[in-house]
Design a binder for this molecule. Sequence first.
Ligand code: URA
Length: 203
Amino acid sequence: MSADTPEHRKELLKQIKDEVVELKNSPLYDFRIENNSYPVIGEGDHFAKIMFVGEAPGKNEAKTGKPFCGAAGKILDELLQSVGIERKDIYITNIVKDRPPQNRDPLPEEIKIYGPFLDRQIEIIKPQIIAGLGRFSSVYVMEKFGLLLDIEPISQMHGKTYKTEASYGKVKILPLYHPAAAIYNQHLKDTLKKDFSALKDLK
Ligand code: URA
């Protein structure tokens, strides 16, 4: 087994990127190629304590290959700033790495095909906190870590922390509303700000 060095983590993450780029059996592959766009693998500190998991890239993200760089990203930045966390200190990714047409919700078969890449990213980065942005990512992560019986609608789970075990040690799951839902909803943004304050203590 190779030593867990920054170089090794970088190499393992690069392997994921290379595989996703060539993921021709994904139902979203043709749409990516037709639109001359990129998959969005993830970005940030490879040793981050906090990992944010969104749903799938939107138009801006697929154009640039960067997660949360559009309107939802602006909200995310505001939320991070409110708790004094910088993007460079976290890792941000999505469950589904390619943009679904019309930014529709990810389909179960898409989550199934891309989920294992997220699983590998978690194993490589070994975050202590995984914040799910929206119900799809929150439910995926809860299921993955054996919290099936704790799954409720996101309106019930948001802002609560769920303690569980990963192969590499303890991990806390924090389900959150998706920042895109707060673009035109100040009440939801306030709720998100309150929920983000949990990260301050977990930092
Ligand atoms: N919404 C997401 O879930 N992920 C992104 O990267 C951008 C918007």
